[in-house]
Design a protein around this ligand. Sequence first.
Ligand code: SF4
Ligand code: SF4
Length: 486
Amino acid sequence: MAQTRERPKPVLHPDFCKGCGRCIESCPKHCIEAGTEIDGATGLIPVQLRLDSCNGCSLCLEACPEPYGLDHESPEPRSSEPPHIPGTENLVAIAAKRRVAETIPDVRVPMPALRPLVVKGTYASAIGALLAGCRHFFGYPITPSTDGAELMAKLLPELEGHFVQAVSEVATINHMYGTGGAGLRCMTFTSSPGFSLMLEGLSYMIGAEIPGVVVDVMRAGPGLGNIGPEQGDIKIACRGPGHGTTQTLVYAPATPQEMLDLTMLAFDKAFEYRNPVLVACDGYLGQITGRVDLPSYMVKPGLPDWAVWGDAAHRPNLHTSILLNEADQEAHNVKLLAKYAQMIDREQRADLYETDDADVLIVAANTPARTAKGAVAVLRKQGIKAGLFRPITLWPFPIRALAPVLPRMKAVVVVEASNGQLEDELRLALSHADLHAPPPITNVRHYGGIMPQMNEIVACARAAHEATPSRRTRETEAEAAARVLS
Ligand code: SF4
Ligand code: SF4
């Protein structure tokens, strides 16, 4: 007759029990009770076991997030256990109990065909976040980004999500640090002064390699400025969002459709690189409505193996941006720089319009790119072959798409709602690519809430076209472009 072997029952190691009560909830036999005595070693109150009804199902061990809070009663005599070395109890326990976490992959769930929406940019971005599987939003109201947060506040409770209006932007970004560290998709909407306040936390997230998505609806500055549209955050977004060796992907949508698409993409990239991602639009784009086609799928997020999650398998995970040893800190910077180099190599995105035969190139992003597109049509009707180069990634600047176009151009006109911050990105990208003799660069700039107007762009492009008599066909430029592309 086959013998049934009794399953081992749990034993409690009070010094490793933090009294969280998860084991109490997990036990179907009600064998575990809240404790009443403070443990002298930890100052915490461990649970108490009453195992008369215990069937050894192990559910309590699975529920316990501590590596050594609960254990199976040992079938071996205690003499077989590792020798006790005072001061090493925790390490020995963790090593003995470590279970390896495995990544649960994201799943793309097919969506039925739905009618297009007509929504404003902030709403499109919020919908994109929800379709990307974001169920955690943190934010502090600031015009002109608040509409997006309001929509998240309405929809997230319907989707068993969480909306938290934080006490400040500083609190917001640190909530994101914690939630992203748990491997969950989270985001915020903010606007320029609020974005400035988040920079310290962004640096912490980048340092600790925590994903998250920040949608910055840029408004006029400096200081509180006003609530008119601007692109005055390009500098801090691209030149280092926070102190130290910091860099993030920066997407620059130009339509409500791209607000949705690029917000969805931002979540994927944030987790691919374990880094925050910025979606930077101007206040005008946040408010204008447009047709938005919904994607054919939505994302059911998995759980990365690096997440700080409440079970024993993830217990060894730790996220920090503190590295007190200088050599360790330098090595970490080198690792981050290698990651940024990968982003530069893989993530450049641009939209080229009518550039094949153009000899005047307009460079613009966000809403100014829409106006510039209209200017291209007007200029072509006037007999001037104009084209538009629109960076979709402000960082990394898409120099690889620009380099082969430049040698054919007589002039470049940079159009922006800032004091030359986009032009600075262009010039820096040219310099890094060793393209030291670009065509003459001129510009149309407004700030303070005023957007570049089409007639100004047309006039500037005409003047630039007339000032430069011949096409640039110098061999050196073509050679330089080939080098960038190789
Ligand atoms: S092993 Fe099962 S029955 Fe026993 S205490 Fe744990 S959860 Fe309860
Ligand atoms: S789950 Fe673990 S840490 Fe929490 S009360 Fe139970 S034994 Fe203690």
